[in-house]
Write a protein that binds this ligand. Structure first.
Ligand code: BGC
Length: 371
């Protein structure tokens, strides 16, 4: 940890000395990535009150987001861009259509076009090692945003929500809703999580299973499909369609239905997968009146509508404005050669050591508090 902090501060000092020269690198042209290319390169000009002249403060920050498909990443990108500009930085914001080569080439462009720092929400946490070696060679600090980037020495800091807590909240919601402490059961449950290459899945699924496993072990909860391993419950790219397909197959294999095998709860790690499960259940005849307990995460608008109409039981709200605020604070501290605010130095080891992290607090949302 100490090694990380020290090397970050060293990198910081270098980044600060690089500032003046960086803009001049901007003329270097790199190939434009495929779709969802949104580049904002207008330098934010600020008036220097004392001198009465206009100066460009800050420097250029590259912000790489995975996709525009999900509401949350659009909000993350918008918040980061607005708050970085407000703090006096120029922003290169890119979305990569959940396509790994696109994200790699966007990051390469950022490195070659004079970005002094990179903030990256990875598509696949294991695929950025090579491109980030270039960042390390150029002493460009990297902040992993929401998802940890694995096996890369280039990552200086990590900012996210308390992902283990998110999983625990989902598991605990099911325990309380079924009153597992007192009810006799057994109850039928199925498990759905997200992309296997997203490190967060280990924490979401791990947190939820730490709460649910004792009830599975005691027989109070039963998983009729038999699919309890993380790999069996994973959903490529967190795709709604994939989650829906897997659940349709499960419904016919197990015989779930309003007049068939009773399904009491579905653990879903996020809203996009939860939506797919709800589609499959509705197609099998379930309505708001007889839906099982279904969890989610993100408070995406269609899911909040379903919480209100009774199709989904809960979601977990993660205020992306707070996350952006913390990350912009980190960027600013590193650029100014001071120590960023962190509140966790134990949990997130990316394979090269523990990455100093800031974990924001998630909040459970139900029909009672969604407003
Ligand atoms: C994020 C979740 C999101 C999921 C799918 C995860 O890494 O933490 O908020 O629902 O990715 O995009």
């Amino acid at each position: 940890m100490r090694k990380k902090l020290l090397s970050s501060l060293l990198v910081t000092a270098m980044a600060v000395t690089m500032l003046a020269g960086c803009g001049s690198n901007g003329g270097q042209q790199a190939s434009t990535p495929a779709t969802e290319n949104k580049t904002e390169t207008s330098a934010e000009a600020k008036t220097d009150d004392t001198a009465g002249t206009t100066t460009t403060e800050g420097g250029k920050i590259g912000v790489a987001m995975p996709t525009k498909d999900l509401q949350r990443w659009n909000q993350d990108g918008t918040n980061m861009e607005a708050q970085l500009k407000e703090a006096g930085y120029e922003v290169d914001l890119q979305y990569a259509s959940n396509d790994i080569p696109t994200q790699v080439s966007q990051i390469e462009n950022m490195i070659n076009s004079g970005c002094q720092m990179l903030v990256i929400a990875s598509i696949d946490g294991d695929s950025l090692g090579t491109v980030l070696e270039q960042a390390k060679e150029k002493d460009i600090p990297v902040i992993a945003y929401d998802r940890l980037i694995m096996d890369s020495e280039a990552v200086s800091y990590y900012a996210t929500f308390d992902n283990y807590k998110v999983g625990q909240m989902q598991g605990q919601y099911i325990v309380d809703a079924l009153d597992l402490e007192n009810a006799e059961g057994p109850f039928n449950i199925e498990l759905v999580t997200g992309a296997p290459d997203d490190n967060n899945v280990n924490f979401f699924f791990g947190g939820a299973m730490d709460v649910l496993q004792p009830y599975i072990d005691s027989g109070k909860l039963v998983v009729p499909s038999g699919q309890t391993e993380k790999a069996q419950c994973a959903t490529a790219n967190w795709s709604t369609e994939e989650a829906q397909k897997r659940f349709e197959n499960m419904i016919s294999a197990v015989g779930y239905g309003p007049n068939g095998v009773k399904l009491d709860a579905v653990l879903c790690s996020n809203d996009s997968t939860s939506y797919g499960v709800q589609n499959a259940l509705q197609a099998a005849g379930y309505t708001a009146d007889n839906m099982p307990i279904i969890t989610g995460q993100d408070c995406d608008k269609p899911n909040v509508k379903n919480i209100v109409s009774g199709l989904q039981s809960m979601s977990v709200f993660k205020d992306t404005r707070t996350l952006a605020e913390k990350v912009v604070g980190m960027v600013d501290a590193i650029m100014k050669g001071t120590e960023p605010e962190i509140n966790d130095t134990e949990t997130y080891d990316n394979g090269t050591g523990v990455i100093p992290s800031y974990l924001c607090d998630p909040v459970v949302v139900t029909v009672d508090n969604y407003k």
